[in-house]
Design a protein. Structure first.
Length: 87
């Protein structure tokens, strides 16, 4: 994290707050989401490697409405991602 405050959550994990200076690592093949909190911004540098000509596979964008629900309701993985990915 280069600035701000945000959230990160792997598909079967708990939501975690992240702040400037934090380093987040997600294992290959594990879906996750990340975003700013409702009251702050988030900037980060993403490093990805390429294996056999393929790098990261970006999934669905988490909507502002889903992020608001996460802020209010807690640790639940975003419903819209569950519906789209069959989790």
């Amino acid at each position: 994290m280069t600035a701000g405050t945000g959230w990160v959550q792997q598909e079967s994990g708990e939501k975690q707050e992240i702040r400037q200076g934090d380093v987040v690592w997600t294992p290959p093949g594990v879906k996750h989401w990340h975003g700013a909190t409702a009251t702050d911004r988030l900037t980060h540098i993403a490093i990805q490697e390429t294996l056999e000509g393929k790098n990261v596979e970006w999934m669905e964008k988490v909507s502002d409405e889903a992020l608001t629900r996460i802020e209010v309701e807690g640790d639940r993985y975003p419903e819209e991602l569950e519906k789209r990915t069959g989790l």
